[in-house]
Design a protein around this ligand. Structure first.
Ligand SMILES: [Zn+2]
Length: 245
């Protein structure tokens, strides 16, 4: 972790964030989302699962309902109104053509210039192993950003009226062990990001046994502070950015 991160360009209007689970965006990335929506950009969320396997003490049917509601509340706090869920099973998402088709369809519908996803690498930091869902969704998202623009891939989508969208200019991966870019965030962005994570109340209480607002403040400020040495000392969200076109 050395060297200054490049500021992530803000020459775009629409972003679509695609992740596996409720809460994936709230461990840092939501501060960048808060910054973006505050400056008038439009950000939408697409969740591949409802995170129903994420709470050991709650059976999956109930957890899916609770976590979907928590995710919608969490998105609203950072100015995101569009939250969609695909119906994959938590923990067993398969990377492949079927998932790429679903993600390409979403990209064609939303027509974003920026696509955001979560760490698709094997580990978080070279040591701690990542989950198969994160790997599958992150990699399929990077692939789907290109698939969405190719009229000869997934021609069935065009038959359904989803015309190719070749306007994705960057895919930004949050939580990557090899970040390239940063989004500096202000005090209001940090406060909204903390509140956004705290909305995952049932999840946080089960995971940590702590009061959600306190837990969220510790976690979010910790993540943003860890990027500051590479962002001129300012709190920031780090991304691994893959440019397109
Ligand atoms: Zn996750």
């Amino acid at each position: 972790m050395n060297g200054r991160l490049t500021p992530l360009p803000e020459d775009w209007r629409r972003a679509l964030a695609i992740v596996a689970h409720p809460d994936d965006l709230e461990y840092g990335a939501a501060a960048a989302v808060a910054h973006w929506t505050a400056s008038g950009k439009e950000v939408s969320y697409l969740l591949v699962t409802r995170g129903e396997a994420g709470i050991a003490t709650m059976e999956p049917g109930e957890a899916a309902r609770v976590r979907e509601a928590e995710q919608r509340a969490s998105a609203a706090v950072v100015g995101v109104g569009s939250v969609e869920f695909l119906d994959h099973r938590d923990g067993v998402i398969e990377e492949g053509v079927a998932l790429r088709r679903e993600l390409a369809a979403a990209i064609r519908r939303h027509r974003p210039e920026l696509v955001v996803t979560l760490n698709h690498h094997d580990t978080w930091d070279g040591v701690n192993w990542n989950t198969p869902d994160h790997r599958a969704v992150g990699r399929a998202t990077l692939d789907a950003a290109a698939d969405a623009g190719n009229r000869w891939i997934f021609t069935d989508l065009a038959d359904r009226g989803l015309r190719p969208w070749d306007g994705v200019r960057r895919v930004a991966v949050a939580g990557s062990p090899q970040p390239t870019h940063a989004v500096e965030v202000g005090e209001q962005d940090v406060e909204r990001a903390v509140a956004s994570l705290a909305e995952h109340r049932a999840y946080i209480e089960a995971l940590s046994g702590r009061e959600p607002a306190e837990y969220a403040r510790d976690v979010v400020t910790g993540v943003l502070d860890s990027v500051a040495p590479r962002a001129d000392g300012r709190r920031a969200v780090a991304f691994e950015v893959h440019p397109r076109g």
